[in-house]
Design a binder for this molecule. Structure first.
Ligand SMILES: Cc1cc2nc3c(=O)[nH]c(=O)nc-3n(C[C@H](O)[C@H](O)[C@H](O)COP(=O)(O)OP(=O)(O)OC[C@H]3O[C@@H](n4cnc5c(N)ncnc54)[C@H](O)[C@@H]3O)c2cc1C
Length: 431
């Protein structure tokens, strides 16, 4: 079949790869001049989510002070954002959290296999390395972390639970004062460069053939008919009066993997995806003192702020801002940006003092989709020729490889190899 994929981020390029592997011809439409320029660009490196990474569960947005939860919430009263927060709160209960993570788990495994398969087949050098250390400040937060540790044991994920003293002995750059409650170390927890991976996967596809990348073009609308699906590309130069008509390309199916733009592209077709956009921030700072740089990536497990060394820089990512839907098209007001970046700066000073020159850091902001049930949105939507691969959350970029495999199976009419309850939980029209 001929398939159009909208979006050249991790999800779009992964989808193109899996569709091609399933024997389809693919055209990826990306509005930027190259791939990996959206949320994919701002990653902090965590490859696959453990129960400590998912953006739902007992430790996520647990009331209290905003600075303590790591999410700046400006949802106001009522409206979509408020409902989103309420629904997330239902997953604070440890049973609900465990049940939801169990639904995600088969996708994590499928993604792991897909990543191993891709990296085994092709020489993809994407700065992969191992070593993740999750740190928890207070005893209350440590108690709330226990359901995630229980899931690590249940799924036999190799890890070490450390007291604060053992953590400091192991990673001497972490200060013992102020005191903290404990840590969890994953020796084989993987960190890698997501945009580099995406660019290399594109090169692989360029070499293999069968996938065309149409960059610098924006999809303005999607059309679906019984026999065909099509996308309308907005004119290259909207200012020009003539000779600049809307281009239409048609195919047998369309996959929307357009990151934060996914819900907007599908809304005119009647799809109301259970996704909510959240702004995330990153600071990329020069290393100040090499001896203060931790060996592992450090993650503040409650604030979900990750501190990763990338060459001679430190990337500090997180600092989510949740706003009302009517604010999302506008630039973030400067005080909110400052608040979010301050959270990142504090995390760097708290956990890796002396490592980064925060005053010289370059800030970055990206939009990311979250679902109120914490799971990505993958599958068929609204029409038999229309599919979605989006909303993988801020941790687990490699999940997109597993969900891309599922999309390729659905497009091909093949039996998906994920359990039925997981397929149901991922459905775009789950409400
Ligand atoms: C600060 C930050 C830190 C993060 N850290 C991590 C991490 O450590 N680990 C992790 O796994 N994940 C992390 N993430 C999330 C991760 O980056 C995303 O889950 C993933 O990259 C999303 O990929 P995507 O392809 O869905 O979206 P995007 O990368 O946003 O790609 C969507 C693409 O679609 C294109 N597009 C949109 N609309 C149109 C249109 N109409 N026509 C044509 N093209 C269009 C966009 O230009 C874009 O290139 C982080 C995100 C941020 C912002």
């Amino acid at each position: 079949m001929d398939v159009i994929v909208i979006g050249g981020g991790m999800a779009g390029v992964a989808t193109a790869y899996q569709l091609r592997a399933a024997g389809h011809r693919v055209c990826v439409v990306e509005r930027h001049a190259t791939v990996a320029q959206g949320a994919t660009y701002g990653h902090s490196g965590l490859v696959l989510p453990t129960p400590l990474d998912v953006w739902f569960g007992p430790t996520f947005m647990r009331g209290g002070r905003q600075a303590a939860s790591g999410v700046i919430s400006k949802t106001g009263f009522g409206g979509d954002a408020r409902n989103f927060v309420k629904r997330l709160a239902a997953l604070h209960a440890s049973d609900a959290f465990a049940a939801q993570y169990a639904l995600l788990r088969p996708l994590v495994e499928s993604a792991r296999n897909a990543l191993d398969d891709v990296t085994g087949r092709f020489q993809i050098e994407f700065e992969a390395r191992e070593g993740l250390l999750y740190v928890v400040r207070s005893n209350d937060e440590w108690s709330l972390t226990q359901p995630a540790l229980e899931l690590l044991r249940r799924f036999e994920t190799p890890h070490h639970v450390l007291s604060a003293a053992a953590c400091v002995a192991d990673e001497h750059t972490i200060p013992s004062d102020p005191p903290f409650a404990g840590a969890v170390r994953f020796d084989d927890g993987q960190i890698a460069n997501c945009p580099l991976f995406v660019k290399q996967l594109k090169q692989v596809l360029d070499t293999l053939g069968g996938v065309q990348f149409l960059t610098g073009r924006t999809v303005g609308a999607i059309r679906v008919e019984t026999q065909r699906a099509a996308v309308e590309l907005t004119p290259r130069d909207p200012g020009r009066a003539s000779g600049n008509e809307v281009d239409v390309i048609s195919a047998d199916a369309v996959v929307v993997a357009a990151g934060a733009q996914t819900p907007g592209l599908l809304a005119p077709l009647g799809a109301r995806l259970p996704l909510y956009p959240v702004r995330l921030h990153a600071l990329t700072a020069p290393v100040a003192h090499e001896e203060c740089v931790p060996r592992s990536t450090i993650v503040d497990a409650v604030k979900r702020i990750a501190i990763t060394q990338m060459n001679h820089r430190l990337r500090i990512a997180g600092g989510a801002v949740l706003q009302r839907a009517n604010q999302l098209d506008k630039p973030l007001p400067p005080p909110l940006t400052e608040e979010a970046l301050a959270l990142l700066g504090e995390a760097a000073r708290d956990w890796t003092p002396g490592a980064a020159k925060i005053s010289a850091a370059l800030p970055w902001e990206g939009m990311k989709l979250l679902s109120a049930d914490g799971l990505p949105v993958v599958g068929n939507a609204v029409h038999p020729r229309l599919f979605v691969n989006a909303g993988h959350g801020p941790a687990g970029w490699a999940l997109a490889l597993g969900s891309a495999r599922l999309v390729a199976q659905l497009v091909s009419g093949a039996q998906p190899d994920l359990p039925d309850d997981t397929l149901k939980a991922l459905r775009p029209e789950r409400g």
